[in-house]
Design a protein around this ligand. Sequence first.
Ligand SMILES: [Zn+2]
Length: 294
Amino acid sequence: MGLVLERLKEKKLLVGDGAWGTMLQKSGLKVGECPEEWNVTHAREVRNIASLYARAGADIVLTNTFGGSFFKLKKYSLEARTRELNEAGARLSIEGAPGCLVAASVGPTGEFLAPLGGVAEEEMETAFTEQISALLEGGVRIIVIETMTAIEEALCAVKAAKKLDSSIDVVATMTFDPVPGGFKTMMGVDCARAVRELTDAGVDLLGSNCGNGIDQMIPITREIRGYTELPILIQSNAGSPELINGETVFRQSPEYMAERVGELVAAGADIVGGCCGTTPDHIAAIKKAVDSLS
Ligand SMILES: [Zn+2]
């Protein structure tokens, strides 16, 4: 049994962390800067974000490696440092969040697979293998493949992780948009297909993150739960983004999100955290709500 499943057995419900991008920006990350480069240039700030989420009550804390694939780092001409930046990211969260389960974040590459795009499946899998092996080298035992919209890409990442070490926990969460009659990812994947293909690929947990506030995540969770017995991880945004004076803001308060945690859990969520716009205050409020349920 993997680490997350073991912890879930003990505690029944777990709390995830909140946004990293939001916290990096608050810590001074500028538009156009590579967030993962901060794992080396701003180690103290990155470690501190992990600590803030740990202190807020998160059971699972992610790493600052969301954009740590070869393809994403290439946009900053940092692709030669893929191993270094991922390994550093893993170590910083482990140091910053002792006692928490540290899970490595693996986000989309930003590339499309052939024939839609120019990247072959083997190439995509190789990129994930490079990133994930560096994360494992950094000491994590849980991989969270997140914000995925293309199922083929998510499957490349799951395969890469499972081939590297079949004993680690592999979590995959996809980002859905409301469409008439339900939800689909930007790439047209519905919940049923996501669950089926991710399960066939051997994920240990699955779910959804980003794209939606907690209100939309409730029906998404309910639908996913209808197709699976696997534990479900849900990380909602703090509402929908609004553009104010050229800045993207998320307005849902910690109290608002906390109020709806009960419904999210009733819909089938086993682990509740936050995505864009959520902060340690949101996680502290969610933690309180989760504690009151168990
Ligand atoms: Zn997000």
